[in-house]
Structures are given as C-alpha cells and as structure tokens.
Design a protein around this ligand. Structure first.
Ligand SMILES: [Zn+2]
Length: 533
C-alpha cells in the first residue's frame, strides 16, 4: 500500500530551475541569477546557467526574490499551538473590546472553559490588568483564565477559582481577591487547565500551528519544550509530531529542564530554554535580575532563580555529556551568570564547536559580550520584542530608565562577531520573521539597528548555525536542502521602514511546495510506519 504523500512526492521530483534575484545568504552574501533544484537538493547556483540545464523549463520569478526558508530560533511551540488555536486577546484595546472577543469566542465555539492569551496592562486604555470582578461581569458562568502576554501571570474569574484545586490557594502568588495569579500559583493553574485539553485536540492544534508558521515562510524552528506537563508529555508530543509531518519541516527541540538525565534518556542532544532553565524573570513582572535596582523600586533588583554554583554545575554536566545548552537570561546580572557559567565549563573541558547560547540577552554587559565573542557563544534574540505594544518602550523606560535604550544591542553584538539568531519567543510575539526583520532594522535605539541583509541572515542562516544545521540548510548553496521562500519583492531594494510589506508567496522545503492541512490520520501513519526524520 502506498501512502498518498508518496505519490505526490514522485510527481514533484522534477528538476526546477529558478531565475531572478536569488539572495543566497552564503558567507559572502552572494546574490545570483539562477538556482537549480533536483530531488530536494540545490544542485547549482550562479549567474550563468550551465548548458546541461538550458533545455529545461525555467521559472522566472520576475521582481520577486528567493531567500532561504525562514527560521525561528526560540519558540514555545506547544504554548503557541495551544494559545493560537484557543483565544487570542492581544488585539483588545479596552475591557469592552475584551468582553466582545470573549463573548464572540464562547458563542462561536461553545467552549466549556475559556483559556485566553495576551492580556497586558499596557495595551488597554484602562492601563491596568483586568481583575476577577471585572472578568465576572464579562463571563460569570464559564471558567475563564486569561494569560499575560509574557507567560508569567494570569487572571481568572470566580468560576475558574472554584474549579482550581483548593490546595493552589496556599501557593506563592495566589491572589484570591484580584484573581491574579503569579509565580507558583500561575504555573500550577496553567498546567491544570492545559491538562484539560484532550491529546487529540492538542495534536490537531500543533498541526495547525505548523501551517501558520509555514504561511510566514518558516521551515526550521528551535522549540523550547517542557513546561511541566505530567511526565513531560509536551516534549514527547513535539518529538512525535516532528517525526510524522508530511512536509519536511525541521524541529530541533530544546528540553527545558535542569535534569540532564531526562534529556539523555530521550537521546535529545539539546537542553535549555526558559521555565526551569530560566536564570531570571522578565521585565513585565519586575523580576529580571539587574545589577542596579528598578527605577520604580530601589529595593528591587529582580531575582536570580539559581545560585552561581547551581548554574555552573548544570552547564558543566550538560557540556561534559556533549549536550548543547541554552539558558534564558533577561537582566544584565542573569546575562553575566549565563556567560560566566558557559565560559567556566569550556575552560574546564574545552570543546571548540559547542554552539551553546544565551536566550534573550536583553540587557548585556561589555564583559559578558566579550566572553560570548571569545568563546563563540551564540545569542538567540527576539527583535519583535522591540516593537511589542504589550510591553512598550515607554514602560521599559519607566522601570529601567536610560537602560531601556541598551536593550538588545544588535549592532554591537554583530560588530563583535557574535552569532545572533532570530526568533519570536512565541506566544509572546508571533512567529513572523518579517516583523522580526523589520524590528531589527528599526531598533528603537537607532544606533543598534542592523542592515536588512544582516537581519535576514539572523532569521535564516544563523538559526541553522545555532542548531548544527548549517551544513544542510540556512543558505542557498550547492549540496544543501532546497529550503527556500519566494518573497513578493526584493527586500534588499526596500526602504527599511517599508519592510512590513514583505510577504511570503511560497515556501519550498526540500524542493517541495509546502502543503497545508495534514490530516491527523496521515500524521499517525507517518509516525507508525515511516519515521523518516
Ligand atoms: Zn522563552
């Protein structure tokens, strides 16, 4: 019996020749006229088409441009899949809007529990987080939980309070009156509600989430998984999904745990992310770890979640086992802790090509950046955060003062020769490389804006490098997978202010046009009989 996907494979394995602006993103930033793809691989790029290909049909892309398929170097895939398929409230401009969005959702879906994502005190006219009582006025009967944009807090209504196990009331961060849940209470409640989603629904949401990323031209992601599902179910589910996709979409999973044994048991080569491997909090919750206090509270320098010894021990053990390590660090004190720990591990046991990296690196230090440059430590950056209305620069300025303008010094990092890859931290920002490229080229501190070519490479080649995939993908070079997108225009000829009008017209992975709407049954089939990746 031949699986339906197999038949289409055969039909599509005809050599393709593309003519036009082909931005290779190779070492020398070459732009060429021709690209030839055969059986999923790039077999030729150059300005003169060799005679042997001249009898073939040529696809002339006209004023469009071809670049490598986009990537996302840091995404919480399970959360993104869950929240983007349930309720997204980020567009609400005030509480009335929010009420409409929630009511429309409950009417349309008949959902018994409402799980929403994306509230912020900064993006609504009221300039405050909604409270339990206000939420009760919107929806009293069905349990509602709205998660804050930074994934570190939530607000629940009275019906949800009733549903949550009574023991949660004793957890740190539980505010019965306001209905706002922080810290331990938030994570316990979010896990409890996530576990109410059936596995089949979750898998279907994940398939849809891959389609959404493909719409944006993405073909390779670094999902950070392990948010506390029982038995780390989300990690295994993402492994399962990635092995059964009909499209050759590349997943490189980072397991968010300090327990290296769990990673090795699953034969995963990568450890780290946020959650358990976050060294500090975030600006939204005023717990990113700083050397000097927040402007709003002279007694608060944020929190380092682990001692130096704990972080050094974790990195050393993971490094010695040959794993690749990533850690979330937002404040300057956390950034240095991460850089120092990786440096120490490398000094004790040098490995040239480790590709360890630091996620976010929002506030940096000169010394920490020098360590990154010297030891070739990568930085997984999310430029989309620079233009996030849920956490505007005016807010960052109010809590950090002049330091706000030092956030994500992209140009400094690149000038120092540091590998900086681009991602979304979805669901915090959407996985949308075009908006990431726009933000990187239009930094709110303009002296840190980077060139369009540099920004494109952050969202293509650099993620491939960061996951040891640069021999296979990330640039358009002979011998690599034909993972590429056709853009509606040539980004290198655009004004940087216009970059948001860039669109993905078509995504090719291993030479095949991306096909949406994979059926659950086809996923199962691939997982059971055809574990090809
Ligand atoms: Zn993250």
């Amino acid at each position: 019996m031949i699986h339906p996907d197999k038949k289409t494979n055969l039909q599509e394995s005809v050599m393709k020749i593309f003519k036009g602006t082909i931005i290779t993103c190779d070492k020398n930033d070459n732009i060429v006229r021709y690209l030839v793809e055969d059986k999923g691989k790039i077999v030729f790029t150059g300005n003169e088409l060799p005679e042997s290909y001249q009898k073939q049909d040529i696809v002339d892309i006209g004023t469009k441009a071809i670049i490598p398929a986009f990537t996302d170097s840091h995404i919480h895939f399970t959360s993104f899949a869950l929240f983007s398929s349930t309720l997204d409230v980020r567009k609400a401009e005030n509480f009335k809007d929010l009420a409409n969005i929630i009511n429309q959702y409950t009417n349309k879906t008949g959902a018994k529990i409402v799980l929403g994502f994306g509230i912020s005190a900064h993006s609504v006219e009221e300039q405050q987080m909604i409270t339990r009582k206000q939420l009760d006025m919107i929806e009293a009967a069905k349990p509602v939980m709205l998660i804050k944009y930074d994934g570190h807090a939530s607000v629940v209504n009275s019906a949800m309070l009733k549903l949550l196990p009574a023991k949660f009331r004793k957890l740190r961060g539980f505010n019965e009156d306001s209905g706002q849940l922080f810290q331990e209470a938030f994570f316990a409640a979010a896990d409890y509600i996530s576990s109410k989603v059936s596995l089949v629904s979750l898998v279907k949401y994940m398939l849809k989430a891959v389609d959404k990323m493909a719409d944006k031209g993405i073909g390779l992601i670094h999902p950070a998984e392990g948010v506390g599902f029982p038995l780390d179910l989300d990690v295994d589910l993402v492994r399962f999904i990635s092995g059964g996709l009909a499209n050759p979409f590349k997943f490189r999973i980072f397991f968010q745990t300090m327990d290296i044994k769990k990673v090795i048991k699953r034969k995963l080569p990568r450890v780290g992310g946020c959650f358990a491997t976050a060294l500090d909090g975030c600006f939204g919750s005023l717990d990113a770890a700083l050397y000097s206090p927040y402007e709003t509270d002279p007694s608060n320098k944020g929190i380092l979640f682990y001692s130096d010894d704990q972080v050094f021990d974790f990195v050393q053990k993971a490094h010695d086992k040959g794993l690749q390590v990533q850690m979330h660090a937002i404040g300057d004190a956390a950034f240095d802790q991460a850089a120092n720990a990786i440096e120490a591990a490398l000094r004790n046991n040098f490995r040239k090509d480790h590709r360890h990296s630091i996620i976010h690196a929002s506030l940096t230090t000169q010394k920490g950046l020098e360590i990154c440059a010297e030891y070739n430590i990568g930085i997984a950056c999310q430029p989309g955060l620079l233009h996030l209305n849920l956490e505007p620069v005016s807010y960052l300025n109010s809590i950090l003062g002049a330091r706000a303008y030092e956030i994500s010094p992209l140009k400094t990092m690149l000038d120092m020769g540091i590998h900086v890859s681009g991602g979304s931290d979805a669901p915090v920002t959407m996985p949308d490389p075009v908006s990431g490229i726009y933000s990187a080229c239009n930094h709110f501190n303009d002296s840190q804006s980077i060139s369009i070519m540099q920004a494109i490479k952050m969202f293509t080649y650099e993620t491939a490098w960061a996951g040891f995939d640069d021999e296979k993908t990330g640039s358009l070079e002979q011998g690599k997978d034909a993972d590429m997108v056709i853009l509606n225009k040539n980004p290198l000829e655009m004004d940087r202010n216009e970059l948001l009008s860039l669109e993905t017209k078509e995504l090719f992975l291993k030479g095949r046009p991306y096909k949406k709407d994979q059926k659950f049954s086809s996923l199962l089939w691939n997982c059971l009989f055809n574990r090809h990746k």
